[in-house]
Design a protein around this ligand. Structure first.
Ligand SMILES: [Mg+2]
Length: 129
């Protein structure tokens, strides 16, 4: 099985960094899609099967938290694992996102923390070693 991943971040540089990081891991990657805000992210679900979302919080049009809320309202998307990657410093907000089921990784991040979190949240790639 491979992982179809959706990367949602308003920074093209950050999306590229996350993409590069994913390729540095030994995770079995499928298709990787990108979106520049939450609304674009939601649009991707209508067109493609997604196994994992890696999302920023602060974005124009629709932020990451609102996207997560919308995903949870929709039976088709509510079970999709979400990793939030952000510079967010508010403990309250981080805990609220975790309560909503998202995992949280601080920027800047190491490839290892991304890999381990993806493995943990999806159960993929764990038995390969
Ligand atoms: Mg941002």
């Amino acid at each position: 099985m491979t992982l179809n991943i959706l990367i949602v971040d308003d920074s093209a540089v950050m999306r590229a960094m996350i993409l590069k990081t994913m390729h540095m891991t030994d995770l079995p990657l499928g298709e990787i899609y990108q979106a520049a805000n939450g609304q674009e992210g939601l649009d991707v679900f209508n067109q493609h099967w997604i196994d994992l979302v890696i999302a920023d919080i602060n974005m124009p049009v629709m932020n990451g938290e609102e996207m997560i809320d919308r995903m949870q309202e929709n039976p088709d998307t509510k079970e999709i694992p979400i990793i939030v990657v952000s510079t967010e410093g508010s403990k309250t907000r981080i805990e609220r996102l975790q309560y909503k089921g998202a995992r949280f990784i601080h920027k800047p991040f190491s490839p290892e923390i991304i890999r381990d979190t993806v493995r943990d949240i999806t159960g993929i790639g764990v038995s390969d070693e």
